[in-house]
Design a protein. Structure first.
Length: 254
C-alpha cells in the first residue's frame, strides 16, 4: 500500500478509538483500508522474522555439516583439524549471515550488464529503505545469535542430566549418587563426564559476530552494543561450562 505512514496513523487511531465504522474503501477492488493494512502488516511481520529464523537455523546446520565434513577428511594433528574447522565454520556462517542477504537484494545492472542479470534485486545502493528491510534482518539475526549460546549450551546439559537420572533410576536418596546401571567403566565415564569442549565452534561464533559488526556497524551502530552483549554472554556461559560441565580439554599446540 502507498502512503504507509499516513495509513498507519489513521488505522492506529481508529483502533485506539475502537471506531470500526471509520474504515473506508479504496482502490478498484474496494478493499477496506485498515483491514488490508493489518493483513499486510501481519504478513510483513512473519516474513521478516521468518528470514531471521531461517538464517539462524541455517547457521546451525552449516556448523554441524562443516564440522562433520572436516572431521571426516581428517588431518595430521588435532590442532590442525580444529583450525580448519574454525575457519570453515566461520566462513560458512559469515557468508550466510552477512553476504548472502546482501547479494539477494543487490541490483548490479549499473555496474555490469551480465552481473545485473544474475543479481537483479531492488537495491542499487544503500538507502533508508535498504536499512529498513535488509538492515533490520541483519540486526535481528545478530540479536538472536547473541542469545543462542545459552540455548545451545543448555540443551546438552539438560539432556545429559536426564540420562544420568535415568541411569540412577530417578533415585533421590543420598545413596543414589553411587547407583548406576552401567556395567563398564568407559560407558560410565562417557555418561557422567559431560560434553566435549568444542573450542573451534566458540572461535567461529566470536569471529562471525566481530566481522559482521565491523562490516555493517558504521551504518547500523546498534550492532556494537549487540556485539558487546554477545561477548558478555559468551564469557558468562563459558565460565560456567568450563567450571561445572566440560571435562579437561585436550592439550593443543600454538
Amino acid at each position: 500500500m502507498s502512503y504507509k505512514g499516513h495509513v498507519q496513523c489513521f488505522c492506529d487511531k481508529m483502533a485506539d478509538e475502537e471506531d470500526k465504522d471509520a474504515d473506508e474503501e479504496y482502490g478498484d477492488d474496494d478493499l477496506m483500508i485498515c483491514k488490508d493494512y493489518q493483513h499486510s502488516k501481519l504478513t510483513t511481520f512473519f516474513a521478516t522474522n521468518g528470514i531471521t529464523l531461517i538464517i539462524t537455523v541455517i547457521n546451525q546446520v552449516l556448523t554441524a555439516v562443516s564440522i562433520s565434513l572436516i572431521t571426516w577428511i581428517g588431518y595430521d594433528t588435532h590442532s590442525e583439524m580444529l583450525t580448519k574447522i574454525t575457519n570453515g565454520v566461520f566462513a560458512a556462517q559469515f557468508f550466510n549471515t552477512a553476504i548472502l542477504i546482501l547479494l539477494v537484494y543487490a541490483n548490479l545492472d549499473e555496474v555490469d550488464e551480465n552481473a545485473g542479470k544474475l543479481l537483479d534485486g531492488q537495491f542499487r545502493d544503500y538507502s533508508p529503505k535498504w536499512y529498513t528491510l535488509v538492515g533490520n534482518n541483519i540486526v535481528q539475526t545478530m540479536f538472536v545469535n547473541a542469545f543462542m549460546p545459552i540455548i545451545t549450551e543448555t540443551i546438552p546439559v539438560i539432556v545429559s542430566g536426564f540420562k544420568r537420572c535415568v541411569d540412577r533410576g530417578f533415585c533421590t536418596s543420598r545413596d543414589s549418587v553411587y547407583a548406576t546401571r552401567q556395567t563398564q567403566i568407559y560407558s560410565y565415564i562417557d555418561l557422567y563426564v559431560g560434553p566435549d569442549y568444542v573450542i573451534h565452534f566458540k572461535y567461529s561464533q566470536i569471529l562471525n559476530v566481530t566481522f559482521v559488526t565491523m562490516m555493517y556497524g558504521l551504518g547500523m551502530p546498534i550492532l556494537f552494543p549487540i556485539a558487546a552483549v554477545s561477548y558478555f554472554i559468551f564469557y558468562i556461559v563459558e565460565r560456567y561450562q568450563v567450571a561445572f560441565t566440560y571435562p579437561m580439554p585436550p592439550a593443543l599446540d600454538d
